[in-house]
Write a protein that binds this ligand. Structure first.
Ligand code: CLF
Ligand code: SF4
Length: 299
């Protein structure tokens, strides 16, 4: 198949999916919902702003009420659809990295068998995306978000502390380069399979705010279709960095828009969010207090 044919097919697929997927733009974000299945407990990199946690009160990525076992996923989706029939997307977004363990792929296989019409959506740091691209595709995943915070190792090394790959820990610019190369290879491979790739960038003032244009250009060349800029929540090792202002966010979006369509309705969901983004979150009704589930916390 020629690269032009792949592009036409992907444009077509993006158009169709953006009518029913709340995170791909269009009007779908006010009409349709997603349920996140928090099946991924651990991570293989350490972002300096990330404090993964389990609690009931905070609405931000990396937080979940507890960890769900893949065997409970289909029943959870059934209950989520009863609570919110507008749900069209089953997402897996943490609370750790979704490819650091095999639970996300196992879950997608089970959900796809039971609900082949639901869109399956994965969010990952991309370290292992190339390795598992075929498995994700075969499990029915059609949209993927990769968080790419920089494409220059000097900048990325100020955002991550380390990368763990095949049992070895890497630090500094070496770790940053391993991650960036893996992300770009992963985006290329999965987008060539016809999966729609959105890139998320956490905007960290003073570190990557002047680097958005280069990041957008590079991920577009790798195969990404959509871009989403998320403001830093100052915490953990980056608690001293102020959150970006509205002006800084707007500027970054304009820079990205030179290369890619920008999604502007992101609600910074928790790893166990449920419902239509921006409307009442139903995760406590879906997951309850989760006392019966194994919980996970980075403290
Ligand atoms: Fe979930 Fe993410 Fe899929 Fe959406 S969320 S895995 S792409 S189904 Fe959406 Fe939430 Fe923003 Fe993510 S509003 S944090 S962009
Ligand atoms: Fe946290 Fe995600 Fe970074 Fe892992 S990849 S450290 S879960 S933000």
């Amino acid at each position: 198949m020629s690269s032009n044919t792949i592009k036409v097919n992907k444009d077509d697929k993006f158009k169709k999916l953006s009518n029913i997927h709340p995170c791909l733009g269009g009007e779908a974000h006010t009409k349709y919902g997603r349920v996140h299945l928090p099946v991924s407990p651990t991570c293989n990199i350490q972002c300096k702003f990330c404090k993964r946690d389990c609690n009931e009160d905070e609405d931000r990525p990396g937080v979940a009420n507890g960890i769900l076992h893949p065997k409970d996923a289909v029943a959870t989706v059934k209950k989520a659809l009863e609570l919110c029939p507008e749900i069209t997307v089953v997402g897996i977004a943490g609370p750790g990295d979704t490819l650091a363990t095999g639970y996300a792929i196992e879950t997608f296989r089970l959900v796809h068998e039971a609900y082949p019409d639901l869109v399956e959506c994965l969010s990952t740091n991309g370290l292992l995306l190339e390795r598992y691209a075929d498995d994700l595709y075969e499990a029915g995943v059609s949209t993927i978000t990769v968080t790419v915070n920089a494409v220059d190792p000097k900048i990325q090394s100020q955002i991550i502390s380390n990368v763990i790959l095949d049992g070895k820990v890497y630090f500094g610019e070496e770790a940053a380069k391993i991650l960036i190369d893996a992300q770009l290879r992963g985006i290329k491979k999965i987008s060539e399979l016809g999966v729609i790739v959105k890139v998320n960038t956490v905007l960290v003032p003073g570190i990557n705010d002047k680097h958005i244009e280069e990041t957008a250009k590079t991920v577009k060349e790798a195969g990404a279709t959509l871009y989403n800029i998320i403001p830093l929540i100052p915490q953990h090792d980056l608690s001293h960095v102020p959150a970006p202002t509205c002006q800084q966010l707007d500027n970054a979006r304009l820079e990205a828009e030179k290369y890619l369509e920008v999604f502007r309705h992101c609600k910074h969901c928790r790893a166990d969010a449920c419902g239509i983004p921006g409307k009442k979150d139903l995760s406590s009704l879906l997951y309850g207090k989760r006392n019966d589930l194994e919980t996970f916390s980075h403290g």
